[in-house]
Design a protein around this ligand. Sequence first.
Ligand SMILES: [Zn+2]
Length: 160
Amino acid sequence: MSAPVTRFKSHVRYVFDVPAGPTVSRFLAAVAEGRLFGQRCPSCAKVYVPPRVACPRCGDALSPEQLPVSDTGTVTSFCVVNVPYEGQTMKLPYVYASVVLDGADIPFPHLVDAEPGDVRMGLRVRAEWRETRGPTLESIRAFKPTGEPDAPFDSFKEHL
Ligand SMILES: [Zn+2]
């Protein structure tokens, strides 16, 4: 009698579509126009970009008012990706960062186009928009350093 099979390797691939819903659809339509906005929680006053249906902290529905936010912001945290993976399209190494946009309270995840050694918390960055845009966050190619002085830690420590 042979030993029972307890494990095996299997390459699994999932392909699925996620409906954006009306809140994110409005946001992505604005992105296609080259603008960004957030929506505020009426309880804690935090501005979410991209907006959500409800505040994850309070559970309250966000105000429907679209609050314009800047396409400049501050790197609050980041990682340097050095490990190749299947389906990878980015040249290694690259930087993936959390950026709190000016006027927002919640970091916005995106790529930073800079040498990994030059990226740091507090780095000021600006979105580099693609000429051809659509309803996708890929309409922003990446964020690039603005050359401004770094933001002081106290200015973004509540947004980590
Ligand atoms: Zn809230």
